[in-house]
Design a protein around this ligand. Sequence first.
Ligand code: NAD
Length: 363
Amino acid sequence: MKLNILVTAGDGIGPEVTNEAVAVLREVASLGGHEFIFPERRIGGVAIVHDGSPLPAGTLAAALASDAVLLGAVGGNEFNSLAPEKRPEAGLLQLRAALGGFANLRPAFAFKELAVNSPLRPEIIDGADILFVRELLGGLYFGQPREWNRSTGEAWNTMRYTRDEVARVARVAFSLATKRRNKVTSVDKANVLEVSQLWRATVTEVAQEFPSVTLEHQYVDAMSMHLMNQPRNYDVVLTENLFGDILSDESAVITGSLGMLPSATIGGKVNLYEPVHGSAPDIAGKGLANPLGAILTGALILRHSAGLEAEAVVIETGVRKVLEQGFRTPDLARTNPQDFTVFTTTEMGKKVRETVKTMLVNA
Ligand code: NAD
């Protein structure tokens, strides 16, 4: 199969981790007889410096012409004094809006080898495997009216959804649940908010189209507690923009490091893939960045933009095998580095690549 994956590596550790993700994808392509190409374009701070804009027109055009976009991260301390609309992060927000993805997928998977890095007890998180499906284009972050009226000392935002906006993201969640453990937990605040009552009624209606999937509803306040007490109970968690932002970050503790988390935004013109972490200026250029979140993001490209599920699973299993063998980047070996082989970014990428190669050759 042919795939044009635009790489917008961005700033800080973005180029370091995307290099490793691309190298793994190249390995998968060459062994599977696939033709993947990886054109590169600038975004974020590096684009401000070279092109005078955080999202140059050429980057946007290339993104819209691609099959998938792989983003590293944007941002840097030297841009912090710029107005919000001129900062590196503005480029990413513009790109997300232009690509139009409305369903943000964030897997939170507990690698048992990393349990020691989580503040939760190993027996609580062992086996946890949650896929958050967060609505990304509606709700409180976009609803009108919104204002801070400084003269009256009032401010307001609006949590607004239409039935269609809820139904389309619910269909994504149910459809993904059919490929996993057939359970959707929809999270709202329907005991208080009318917008959540619409959310709950619509999700319940969409559930009729997916008879194999069990649907349960949870209030967001209770859910934030259940996720920490019994994360293994959840498969696909479907929720609106604000609640999803909060719950998916909370669940990052299950995985033990920010550097492990991949994400995908689907449903728009072109899917956008990015590790959850930022540009980490504190460790940029030092070979300390964990590339596993970016490499796992590559697996999501194979799953959601290429239909190569088996190959996606090979990458995910490859990452697990490398952890099982005791290889770590520094963020994964903070408490007990003496127990592991601690790798640089490129060494970790190479180890995953070799492991994936062995698995594919022997498949
Ligand atoms: P961050 O995610 O960059 O870093 C938070 C902490 O986690 C840091 O200590 C960092 O060293 C560590 N970390 C992050 N990724 C890591 C990895 N792969 N391996 C090892 N350690 C890792 O968040 P921040 O410090 O709040 O933000 C830094 C910059 O990144 C800011 O300019 C911010 O706006 C930007 N940012 C961008 C994105 C994005 O591009 N999607 C997301 C979040 C933050």
